[in-house]
Design a protein around this ligand. Sequence first.
Ligand code: FES
Length: 115
Amino acid sequence: MAEISVDGRTFEVADGKRLVLALADNDVDVLHLCGGNARCTTCRVEFSDGEPAAMTVAESAVLEKRELKGKARLSCQIECHGSMAVQPVMRLSNTEFDAPGDRPADSITPEPEWL
Ligand code: FES
């Protein structure tokens, strides 16, 4: 099991679960407008603990393009392992979007290539 801390609470999720789904399935207000495909960056989170060193090529490319590298990570491109403490940056409640986005697939998309 992995342990996720967010919004002042901690919960356990299956090891390897996509972080965006770990958050959404535990009623954390997090956006995922592109459906978890490393395009929109609305699923981005800031880590205060447990940031993984591994990064997908797709995440790296979009963070670079949006000048977010080193500032945030894409929860749709991260698998839960160990203890992680995160804070979603964009939320349905602090944006003008009507819905969080389509549910991302259970596995990371696009097919991950790891840096
Ligand atoms: S980049 Fe769109 S959901 Fe992660």
